[in-house]
Design a protein around this ligand. Structure first.
Ligand code: CTP
Ligand code: CA
Length: 226
């Protein structure tokens, strides 16, 4: 296959990728979630594998087949994602957080299906842990990459996020770009580094975004190894 022809420039490296949405249950049959397709993260996992990395893919519920040759951990909730990513990341050289982690979960999910009531209901939500920020607090020589979708002031907000979370860079996209980001096979992103420098990449296949992401991460990995 084509994969065999690729340079094995990630051989010897361990890469952890998170992908897809999380589900935050209100009761056993209802949850809060988002439309993340997981395609971007699966592309990163497949590309890293093709270049010789040992890959762990922590995946939320999405309709994609598991990429061959990768360790796959299935999760549903943000708390499960956190446990899986933190454990897998202990020995990782690179962590790529493409997962669309729900910012909140139900403070007290019901143990049984809730019947409807007359009138409005109120749900008490509590914040989920910020997994990328937790990784950033124990960063070591690991390279950390995030994704962010912003509707305004994207570069400034993404750079501030990278600083706050101690990530090396963030790939930024805008929900208004038609046919990209959620669900599509292409993405149009801006690379935003923690120092505020940035580069707008043209629209391209998610696999190509993955290739460039890994090029940038490998470059930074080599710098911190020196
Ligand atoms: N992220 C995470 N844990 C969370 C929320 C987000 O690890 N609880 C990661 C995402 O996977 C992504 C990056 O942080 O790589 C940026 O996500 P984003 O939702 O843009 O960041 P937030 O800090 O949640 O900011 P916002 O208020 O804009 O949602
Ligand atoms: Ca968020």
């Amino acid at each position: 296959t084509l994969d065999l022809c690729r340079p094995q420039d990630l051989a010897g490296l361990k890469v952890v990728v998170s992908a897809g949405p999380t589900r935050e249950y209100l009761d056993p049959v209802r949850f809060i979630s988002n439309p993340s397709s997981g395609k971007m993260g699966f592309a990163v996992a497949a590309e890293a594998r093709a270049r010789g990395a040992a890959v762990t893919l922590v995946r939320g519920p999405v309709a994609l087949p598991d990429p061959a040759g990768t360790e796959v951990i299935r999760i549903e909730t943000a708390l499960e994602l956190r446990d899986a990513v933190l454990a897998a990341s202990e020995s990782a050289d690179l962590v790529v957080m493409t997962a669309a982690v729900a910012d909140y979960r139900a403070a007290a999910p019901a143990g049984e299906k809730q019947a409807k009531v007359a009138g409005d209901v109120t749900v008490h939500l509590t914040p989920n842990p910020d997994i990328l920020a937790e990784l950033g607090r124990r960063k070591g020589r690991r390279i950390l990459v995030g994704f962010a979708m912003e509707t305004h002031a994207g570069v400034e907000r993404a750079a501030a996020k990278a600083q706050r979370k101690n990530a090396d860079f963030i790939l930024l996209n805008y929900p208004t770009q038609s046919g990209t980001a959620f669900g599509g096979d292409e993405n149009e992103v801006t690379l935003v580094r923690v120092d505020g420098s940035f580069a707008a990449w043209p629209r391209m296949a998610k696999r190509e975004v993955a290739r460039r992401l890994l090029d940038e991460a490998l470059r930074l990995h080599r710098v911190v190894q020196e």
